[in-house]
Ligand binder design. Structure first.
Ligand code: 5AD
Ligand code: SF4
Length: 496
């Protein structure tokens, strides 16, 4: 029972995560400030979910499906955080009472997947009209997509985008109280709302956003259009989030940004990414720091220096190449040449010999000739990536590359893609075997999917290791002898 109702309009931000959400004064108007305003709506959502669960005769369930990158995965944890706090039970399939698709639009395939699954959701909703469907994420930032959904998928209840995801609780309340499709999309924002809840997928590791958006405008990429301009979080907000994660049992953080190397440039008091890393390193109890993604043009010597001397920063750097041809790189607006990239990779290999270097490569960019493609193969052979994500170029409407002449025919692209994949995989197998016979620290992540007598953990260099062990090891860092490299992973043995 509540002795006093809490008027969130006068509650300091620092106290917000400790209040009893059943005691919020919902007769008072909603606060104007964030995050108080969203907690008000979470509390309102609680009362709706409670009465709807009683009506339905079962606890209302939710299911959040993520498409795309780690940034989206982290956003989904925030969506789940709101829903759990609002009293929804977690479901494990699209049978749930509320289904949220957090979408991606970086390649055409990602969009097609969502349309396919929406068709299926529509047929489920016919059988259960009380089912609610919400769509968010990058794909929703595209006006054509939203038009198509309005026309062909009218059963969708709520659409919102990447810039106003912090408003999820408020928008969901509006959708639940409305008979019509609720759509709220912002073109851009300079707002960063702190202190909202998040439900972590793993107890021992977590993504942490350090910045949002991208200013690079690589000519093939839709991201700057759907995620807006670069905005960095303040270092003190990042540090305090990580400290509280560590108190809550987190040992490894993945710092997330579209281009982490340009972190901090637009803050009132500018801070470099390397300086931020130095501060994060000081956090006691934190064991591992990862980050994603680095743009080669902004990777500083200061960063290499910090990584080299750090015990916590993992021995892994993802450094997207995209193409090995200087001519294509220029067309891609990547702002580095083949030679500059090779020099940087050589410096990294020299300074941090046990570093695992991984990359992204696109084949079939407009105008790419066999000679250009050979340049890409040449870089792959010289850098010897520990692993690489390879993509077939996908034409994204609205990007400069979509309007370029000389789009490459499918058969040629597929042939190049196959040749690249074979080379990348051969090298990756050899590189993965580099640490065979060593005994290295492993953070145990889960029981093995196929054999419950084994557990699976991750090396600092991001490779997976399977070894005999029990569930109680999950979340612990242990030393494992790397007995046998099986291509892209290891079989190991626990050492005391
Ligand atoms: N086509 C193919 N791949 C793309 N990527 C980004 N845009 C496209 C596109 N239009 C790839 C890049 C990027 C990764 C996240 O996705 O390689 O690094
Ligand atoms: Fe896209 Fe380039 Fe920004 Fe990466 S850096 S998100 S590829 S525009």
């Amino acid at each position: 029972m509540c002795n006093n109702k809490i008027d969130l309009r006068v509650l300091p931000k620092e106290e917000i995560s400790n209040i009893d959400l059943n005691c919020v004064d919902l007769d008072a108007p909603a606060p104007e400030y964030e995050p108080q305003r969203q907690y008000y709506f979470i509390s309102k959502l609680r009362s709706i979910v409670k009465s709807e669960s009683e009506k339905a005769g079962h606890p209302l369930t939710f299911f959040v499906q993520t498409f795309g990158c780690q940034m989206n995965a982290r956003d989904s944890e925030k969506l789940r955080g709101v829903l759990e706090l609002a009293g929804y039970a977690s479901g494990d399939s699209e049978d749930a009472d509320l289904v949220v698709y957090n979408t991606c639009t970086v390649r055409e395939n990602a969009n097609l997947k969502v349309y396919g699954r929406l068709g299926y959701l529509g047929s489920m909703k016919k059988k259960n009209p009380n089912k609610k469907i919400a769509l968010c994420g990058c794909m929703m930032q595209e006006p054509d997509v939203v038009e198509k959904i309005k026309k062909s998928y009218h059963f969708v209840d709520l659409i919102f985008g990447t810039h106003n995801i912090f408003k999820f609780a408020e928008l969901l309340v509006t959708a639940l109280e409305s008979e019509r499709m609720v759509i709220d999309l912002w073109k851009d924002t300079d707002q960063i709302v702190e202190e909202l809840p998040a439900e972590r997928t793993y107890s021992f590791k977590s993504g942490v956003n350090i910045m949002f958006g991208c200013n690079n405008f690589c000519s093939y990429c839709i991201v700057p259009y759907v995620r807006g301009r670069e905005r960095s979080r303040r270092p003190e907000d990042i540090i305090s989030e990580i400290k509280s994660l560590v108190q809550d049992g987190v040992k490894e953080v993945m710092l997330l940004g579209q281009n982490v190397n340009s972190y901090g440039k637009n803050l009132d008091t500018p801070v470099t990414f390397a300086q931020l890393l130095r501060q994060i390193e000081q956090i006691e109890g934190l064991e591992r720091i990862r980050f994603m993604t680095s743009h080669p043009k902004d990777l500083s010597d200061e960063l290499i220096e910090v990584m080299k001397h750090s015990d916590k920063i993992c021995r892994h750097l993802h450094l997207p190449l995209q193409s090995g041809s200087s001519r294509i790189l220029k067309q891609m607006n990547r702002k580095y040449t083949k030679e500059q990239y090779l020099e940087l990779a050589a410096k990294l290999r020299r300074e941090i010999p046990d570093l695992s270097l991984t990359t992204d490569i696109i084949v079939g960019f407009p105008g790419e000739t066999e000679e250009d493609f050979q340049e890409t193969l040449d870089v792959v052979r010289r850098v010897r990536y520990d692993s690489a994500f390879t993509f077939i170029y996908s034409r994204r409407t609205g990007t400069p590359a979509a309007a370029m002449k000389d789009q490459i025919p499918e058969e040629i692209v597929k042939d190049r893609f196959q040749r690249l994949l074979t080379l990348v995989q051969d090298i990756s197998q050899e590189m993965s075997a580099r640490v065979q016979g060593q005994t290295l620290p492993v953070l145990v992540e889960s029981l093995n999917e196929h054999d419950p007598a084994l557990v699976t953990g991750r090396l600092s260099n991001n490779l997976l290791v399977h070894f005999p062990g029990t569930e109680d090891l999950i979340g612990q860092t242990v030393y494992v002898y790397l007995k046998e490299c099986k291509g892209f992973y290891y079989i190991g043995e626990l050492r005391k």
